[in-house]
Design a protein around this ligand. Structure first.
Ligand code: UD1
Ligand code: MG
Length: 511
């Protein structure tokens, strides 16, 4: 009789994961954008289960807090003492006394499991009207895993843990992946009959299969197409291996959907990231969290994006970005640092050794070199000269700076917030601007320049500079035929250079 499609998912996540040697519960270790248990929940999500129960125990508070964030619909159930996987499922089912139909049980530490495989297991189970179906896989090295023992007809006889197995059973390479579908009523029956008569003195969920079979119930094995999906995680060596396998799977998926990944071995893309067609991801690049890379954008080499959006056709080179937005056709780096709420409009530029935080750059605005932009709004097509500092912090509070559209800020300027540079205004290089500059005006705070003639000869005699100065003096003297030789005392020129023209405002800032 086909089962009703009311489903319950039970995820087992109470174990300590001793071999991780970690203060963090094993199931909370991260793997390309999700925790181990997060991956398992994502694989089960398309089942649209009626109820999802997660058995927690070790680090229960931490696991509960994580579940509240990533799977608020899931019900955490406490297994105070880890008395075995059978005991864990029994406790889980107490939380869903009204459950009917199929219950899917998944170990919390199989992060490579794909949703398609869980769906296929459930379909096979429900299609066959089985009482219990186990996901199995042929693996090259079955060490430590439960073995699938079949009878002479090839049907499941029992599942035997390695430590309880005979030498012949240990030689079997077909293993229990720790993922199951059960008819809930018959599962409850089986769980009620479990003993702890085994090497670990625990209630084994796997014993339910032998018990049901002995009671004449149909039990089945569903073999996974790819054993890699069933790999568990017991220590950090295995975690690193799983990370590499998942990286390859994710990268292959994006390449097949039209993304160029130039060096897949050094490209790490979280499962939560989106990369659009014809984007190019160059080597040593990490795309993390909710990041999105737009069509035709070029990202890398040596780029980390965390929760950052890169628009179509933009370029990000050797840079680090967190919670930032890079507009279409914009250019970032090399060596830029975009911090939260850095928002770069289309075709804007943030260049080398530039840090941007909580600031908007208008379309086509440029900050090419050596600059800190904090808490600012920069208008479209404005140009910020090299070594400009947006002085946003007075030691207590942060203040905003506004630079108008088409404004031009000369090199080595401090814009001391709160301050506004108007549309089309200029700021002379080397200024410390603490008062608003009206639209179209030139703001300048530089002291007039003095040149003190002969200062080096008098104050730095015997230095390389003094020798060079002496040679220059000689050359000038020779050129003027010695006519101007007589120099007396020191002369001080005030106002040696005007600051009025565009060169005074620091046009060397742009490329
Ligand atoms: C289990 C299976 C084994 C299978 C392997 C696949 C049993 C008896 N054995 O062995 O056949 O090949 O998984 O990886 O089930 N857990 C609880 N509460 C407990 C005990 C465990 O929640 O009291 C959770 C753990 O956190 C883990 C999962 O159940 O996520 C599996 O437990 P683990 O101790 O890793 O079982 P294995 O020995 O690996
Ligand atoms: Mg295990």
């Amino acid at each position: 009789m086909p089962q009703p499609h009311l489903r319950t998912v039970v995820v087992l996540a109470a174990g300590e994961g001793k071999r991780m040697k970690s203060a963090l519960p094993k199931v909370l270790h991260p793997l390309l954008g999700r925790t181990l248990v997060g991956h398992v929940l994502a694989a089960a999500a398309p089942l649209r289960a009626d109820r999802t129960v997660v058995v927690v125990g070790h680090g229960a508070d931490q696991v509960r807090a994580h579940l509240a964030e990533v799977a608020p619909e899931a019900t955490p159930v406490l297994q105070a003492q880890q008395l075995g996987t059978g005991h864990a499922v029994r406790i889980a089912l107490e939380a869903v006394p009204d459950a009917t139909g199929t219950v899917v049980v998944i170990n919390g530490d199989v992060p490579l499991l794909r949703a398609e495989t869980v769906a296929a297991l459930v379909e096979a189970h429900e299609g066959a009207g089985a009482a219990a179906t186990v996901l199995a896989a042929e693996v090259p090295d079955p060490t430590g895993l439960g073995r699938i023992v079949r009878d002479a007809d090839g049907r499941l006889a029992q599942i035997v843990e390695e430590r309880d197995a005979t030498p012949e059973q240990r030689a079997l390479r077909e293993i229990n992946a720790g993922i199951y579908a059960f008819d809930v009523a018959r599962l409850r029956d089986g769980l009620g009959k479990l003993s702890t008569d085994n090497d670990q003195g625990e209630e084994y969920l796997t014993d339910v299969f032998g018990l049901l079979r002995d009671a004449g119930e149909p039990v089945a094995v569903h073999v996974a197409a790819d054993h890699v999906e069933t790999l568990g995680c017991n220590d950090r060596v295995e975690l690193a291996a799983l990370r590499g396998l998942l990286r390859d799977r994710v990268n292959a998926g994006w390449m097949r959907s039209g993304v160029s990944i130039l060096d897949p071995h050094t490209t790490w893309i979280d499962v939560t990231v989106t990369v659009e067609r014809d984007a190019v991801v160059d080597q040593n690049t990490q795309l993390r969290g909710a990041s999105v890379v737009g069509a035709g954008a070029v990202v890398g080499p040596d780029v980390t994006l965390i929760d950052t959006t890169v628009g179509a056709g933009a370029t990000v080179l050797r840079s680090h970005a967190v919670s930032a937005e890079v507009g279409a056709g914009a250019s970032v780096g090399p060596y830029a640092y975009l911090r939260p709420a850095a928002r770069l409009a289309e075709k804007s530029k943030v260049g080398t050794f530039v840090e941007v935080k909580n600031s908007e750059l208008g379309a086509g605005a440029k900050v090419p070199h050596l600059t800190y932009v904090g808490d600012a709004t920069i208008g479209a097509k404005a140009n910020i000269g090299a070594a400009t500092i947006f002085v946003n912090y007075d030691g207590v509070n942060k203040h905003r700076t506004v630079v108008g559209e088409g404004a031009f800020v000369g090199c080595d300027t401090s814009l001391i917030a709160p301050v506004e540079v108007g549309d089309g205004a200029y700021v002379a290089a080397g200024s410390a601007i603490a008062q608003d500059v009206p639209p179209g005006a030139l703001g300048v705070t530089r002291a007039p320049q003095r040149n003190i003639d002969g200062w080096v000869a008098r104050k730095r005699p015997g230095t390389v500079s003094a020798a060079a100065a002496e040679r220059a003096r000689q050359a000038a003297e020779d050129a003027s035929g010695g006519a101007a030789a007589a120099r007396e005392g020191e002369r001080i020129h005030e106002g040696g250079r005007s600051v009025g023209g565009p060169s005074g405002a620091g046009d060397t800032a742009t490329e």
